[in-house]
Design a protein around this ligand. Structure first.
Ligand code: PLP
Length: 420
């Protein structure tokens, strides 16, 4: 019997993927076995052990003063959140729906922070009543929270989300610098801090989040240096606050040529920064990560329904596609579509003929069932030869999958999720 080996680790080389004799194993189970348990394709399978290993190895490197939060946006499956909650210090949420998942996971409200523009009154009331920290995104929102706190006879806890005047370079998605819908421009913060005394609010600190999916440790280190400097400047002369959330943005490799993020360099720099800024030594420094903690721990499996040739090109047509996995189709903010790592898994692992057959390769384009050319899972990739009934496994699919996709598009069946 195979060992319970995790899908892969951050330190492992991106290609080829760890497997046993060409067979992917998650929690010791092969693809056919996993499909038998989950009961259908398409399905997402998430690997608990992979997630906890990733988190633990990051925690080992981080200064003890640094708190690690998980951003639910990346994958809000309740069982997965519950699992992650066992290892991290807190959770970051961005809606009332995520608030309930976070609270249901058993994490204390004081360790949950709620960011995001356009929070509704219902969301603010729920956040204040439960006691989570509101990362306030505008001056209007600050006044609204103060008013609601008085009405509810509850002291709201708030952090000010700052839109700094710098950006996180080389990010997949930039969320700071220049004009942004996120946070309050840094130059407006000093006046707001001065005015806080006129509100009835518990001021927790600052939140500075610059961007997402970054594989360049130098860029993250530079943003951390700028973030510490900005926080020191804005909080100069103020001591009654608890924490500074310095954001995240750690990326994972998806495409040929991507290199895993040098996390050691980033954590080393954080140790240095804490020495450089002794005024923060009694404070909590929070980093919030979504994708980095869970992205490599998930796969998306679909089944080949048809195989056809069209003018020299071979197509595998699957039951899964962009309606479950929009980022894999290249339509979630990517400028140029690139192939995610794909693994072909034979439906029956024929013990005798498997070895020759499974080594035969061919160029294929893999598409989903939706009536749009956007529904592409893989374009012109050299993969193990597949037949109708075999499985197409998309790796690096633990984050921004199901809930980042238009699941009702064309009315195809919903995807199932399983945490093993
Ligand atoms: C999206 C988001 C995150 C998570 O980003 P990842 O790239 O998944 O790590 C964290 N914090 C905030 C404020 C976000 O908007």
């Amino acid at each position: 019997m195979p060992n319970k080996t995790p899908l892969r680790t951050h330190s492992a080389e991106l290609f080829p993927y760890p497997n046993q004799d060409g067979h992917l194993l998650i929690a010791g189970k092969g693809i056919t076995e996993l499909i038998n348990i989950v009961g259908q394709t398409p399905a997402y399978i998430y690997d608990r052990q992979q997630i906890s290993q990733t988190i633990n190895s990051l925690l080992e490197q981080l200064p003890t003063q640094v708190q690690l939060h998980y951003a639910l946006k990346a994958n809000p499956m309740p069982a997965l959140v519950q699992h992650v909650a066992n290892y991290v210090h807190g959770l970051d949420i961005a809606s009332h729906g995520e608030l309930l998942i976070a609270l249901n996971s058993g994490v204390l409200a004081e360790n949950i922070s709620f960011a995001g523009p356009g929070k509704t009154e219902q969301e603010l009331v729920a956040a204040i009543s439960s006691g989570v920290c509101l990362n306030v995104e505008s001056e209007n929102e600050l006044k609204h929270v103060d008013r609601l706190g008085k009405q509810l006879n509850t002291l709201p806890t708030i952090a000010l989300r700052v839109n700094p005047d710098f950006e996180l370079k080389a990010s997949g998605m930039k969320m700071s610098g220049g004009a942004k819908q996120f946070g309050i421009d840094a130059e407006k913060i000093p006046n707001i801090l001065q005015s806080l005394a006129q509100y009835q609010l518990n001021f927790a600190g600052l939140h500075i989040f610059c961007g997402s999916q970054n594989l360049n440790s130098d860029a993250i280190i530079e943003a951390h240096q700028q973030t510490f400097a900005l926080a020191a400047q804005l909080l100069h002369g103020i001591d009654d606050y608890q924490s500074i959330n310095i954001g995240g943005g750690f990326g994972i490799p998806y495409f040929a040529g991507d290199k895993a993020l040098n996390v050691e360099a980033i954590t080393h720099n954080l140790h240095e920064l804490l020495k450089q800024y002794p005024q923060f030594q009694q404070k909590k420094i929070t980093i919030e990560l979504g994708r980095y903690l869970v992205g490599e721990a998930g796969i998306y499996i679909s089944q080949v329904i048809d195989k056809k040739e069209s003018r020299g090109k071979t197509y595998l047509v699957c039951d899964g596609g962009l309606h479950h996995h929009l980022p894999n189709s290249g339509n979630f903010g990517q400028v140029i579509r690139k192939n995610y790592p794909v693994h072909i898994s034979k439906k029956q692992a024929h013990k005798t003929r498997a070895h020759t057959e499974e080594r035969e390769m061919e160029y294929v384009t893999i598409v989903g069932p939706s009536c749009t050319p956007l529904d592409t899972l893989a374009d012109n990739m050299l993969l193990t030869k597949a037949a109708v009934g075999d499985y197409v496994v998309i790796l690096q699919s633990g984050a921004y999958g199901r809930t980042a996709s238009p699941e009702n598009f064309l009315g195809h069946p919903h995807v199932k999720e399983m945490l093993v």
